[in-house]
Design a protein around this ligand. Structure first.
Ligand code: AMP
Length: 550
């Protein structure tokens, strides 16, 4: 298939904000795609050439792409920067500049989906000596054969930001519509494999039976099951009838996979942090039998038996060098709380059964690797849950988790089956999409950050500016990061790629026509910079609305 055909679909998808229309356009298109291109195209609709479980990423900065566009069009990088300022992003800027270009510099033949896909994959794997020039020449090879609209989407795919407002939910619905398979089955297959390309291919070739056969594979991370807020201990336990209540540890969620001899540790964003935490790998190896498994738990940092702040752990897992020194300064320990696979998938079993197996197979080591503190609570003994909550707070932990005894593990879903109750008032996770530079003495710093939440179409909607709660050190680091992520600047205002996540505390949610969300926050304060979360983890306008109504 010609790449231009895919580009035309990108354009059509970007031209409507309506979810149903997008699903319709995509499903009609998927029906026309041949088996040889279907996996590639499904991934590329998501704006990437790798499945979500893969650790590969494009890893190319804006500057590279700007330079390549400047070279192909025959202008200076400054001209490209101007165009970005006018058009909003490098893709649109490239399209504009291409349209002005009078003659093609290279001999060109139409790009195919296959060629673009392979070149983009190659780009991610180039490393070692002369990798910069190799990458540039790879991008040039693509861009020099591209039409104006193709250039737009090649640039955006390289930067992994397609801007067509199509999230995984729409792609899943389109797959189920195109190949006439049950929506819930497509969703489940996606959750288990984390590979929409595979789901599309299997749906087309083998239908519902094929999808039913897809399952977890140790070594490939799955999206974690997420928790909702509890309305209160008694209410939640009465609703559930039987609940496992566990201490909520304030650390980093870990999904650990063992496949043959290899142990791999992923964060909740499915980043591989194995090399940063060798002692955790050893603890796991000693605690589990020698079988393939997938387990979940919390890594926390401790000193003298007391939990250290969350920032300490973040620093630990981000560390690439001098790991030994860091191991001494910030010792880690693990609390295990779930089991998704042991010799075979276990995630469909109720949590009470998964916990039983975990208890049976794990050998704990005190203060190093333990199972989470737990009580089995029914409406008759609610006070046990209250005691656990108090014990948790006294011990320096965050609160408790309340899990419905009968429920399976449902990857990627935030539902009522697993609830959280914290001592502190609720916060929102928002993404930074811009900022305002200070004036005078603070001229070098970005002092105010424009934050956004996600709407039902997966588009970002602004809700507030926030600057309070950040130390000078934070401001310096954030300012540097914002420069790296910068898309454009107008006066003192800059726009950035949505990568930085803030956890925001506030006094009140108010209606506000000033912000895209239609709501804003009074007295927002940055509680934490959440390096462990990504834009896919931020809160939704829907949640904001329901909190406002409450
Ligand atoms: P939140 O990040 O506020 O949505 O809270 C859910 C998080 O609590 C999970 O992603 C885990 O990282 C963490 N957590 C801590 N202790 C537990 C536990 N015992 N069971 C499940 N999750 C836990």
């Amino acid at each position: 298939m010609k790449y231009q055909e895919l580009v035309n679909v990108y354009e059509a998808l970007g031209a409507t904000t309506k979810r149903l229309e997008k699903t319709e356009i995509l499903s009609d298109f998927l029906k026309t795609v041949g088996a040889e291109d279907l996996e590639k195209i499904t991934l590329m609709i998501r704006g990437t050439v790798f499945p979500s479980w893969s650790e590969e990423e494009q890893g190319i900065g804006d500057k590279f792409v700007m330079k390549a566009v400047a070279d192909v069009v025959g202008v200076s990088v400054a001209v490209v920067e101007d165009a970005i300022r006018d058009e909003g992003d490098i893709g649109a800027a490239a399209e504009k500049l291409y349209a002005k270009k009078t003659q093609m510099t290279f001999f060109s033949q139409p790009l195919t989906v296959d060629f673009v896909f392979k070149q983009l994959r190659k780009l991610a794997t180039i490393s070692g000596s002369r990798s910069t020039s190799k990458k540039i020449s790879n991008i040039l090879e693509l861009l020099s054969s591209a039409s104006a609209s193709e250039a737009k989407y090649i640039c955006r795919t390289i930067l992994e930001e397609l801007r067509i407002g199509v999230g995984e939910g729409i792609i899943r619905d389109a797959i189920s519509q195109a190949f006439d398979v049950d929506k819930a089955l497509a969703e489940r297959a996606h959750m288990l494999t984390n590979d929409l390309g595979l789901v599309a291919r299997v749906a087309k070739e083998e239908g519902e039976d094929g999808l039913k056969g897809l399952n977890l594979v140790p070594g490939r991370p799955v999206k974690p099951m997420l928790a909702q807020l509890s309305d209160g201990i008694e209410i939640s336990i009465n609703e559930m009838g039987c609940a496992l209540c566990e201490t909520k540890y304030d650390g980093i969620r870990m999904q650990v996979h063992k496949k043959d001899d290899d142990i791999t540790i992923f964060t909740r964003r499915l980043e591989n942090i194995t090399l940063a935490v060798p002692e955790v790998v050893d603890l796991i190896r000693n605690a589990f039998p020698d079988e393939d498994f997938i387990a979940e738990g919390e890594i926390i940092a401790t000193r003298d038996g007391k939990p250290l702040s969350f920032q300490n752990i973040l620093r630990r897992v981000r560390r690439k060098y001098n790991i030994e020194e860091a191991m001494e300064k910030v010792p880690l320990m693990v609390y295990l709380y779930d089991l998704l696979y042991f010799k075979e998938p276990t995630l469909d079993k109720p949590i009470i059964e998964r916990r039983r197996i975990l208890e049976e197979i794990v050998t704990e080591e005190e203060n190093k690797i333990e199972l989470s503190d737990i009580v089995n609570v029914k409406p008759e003994n609610v006070e046990d849950a209250i005691d656990l909550f108090n014990k948790s707070i006294d011990g320096g932990h965050e609160g408790i988790m309340i899990k419905n005894c009968a429920e399976p593990y449902i990857p990627g879903i935030r539902g009522k089956k697993m609830l959280k109750l914290k001592a502190e008032p609720e916060t929102l996770d928002a993404v930074v999409i811009g900022g305002v530079k200070g004036i005078g003495k603070r001229g070098d710093f970005i002092g105010s950050y424009l934050i956004a939440l996600r709407d039902e179409n997966d588009d970002l909607q602004t809700i507030a500016h926030v600057g309070t709660g950040l130390s000078d050190d934070d401001l310096a680091k954030l300012t540097e990061k914002m420069e790296e992520l910068k898309i454009s600047q107008k006066g003192t205002r800059i726009t950035v790629h949505p990568k930085i996540i803030f956890e925001i505390a506030y006094s009140e949610i108010v209606k506000s026509p000033e912000y895209g969300a239609g709501y804003s926050l009074r007295f927002p304060v940055v509680k934490r910079i959440r390096d462990d979360k990504g834009v896919e983890d931020i809160d939704t306008i829907e949640r904001l609305e329901s909190m406002f109504k409450e």
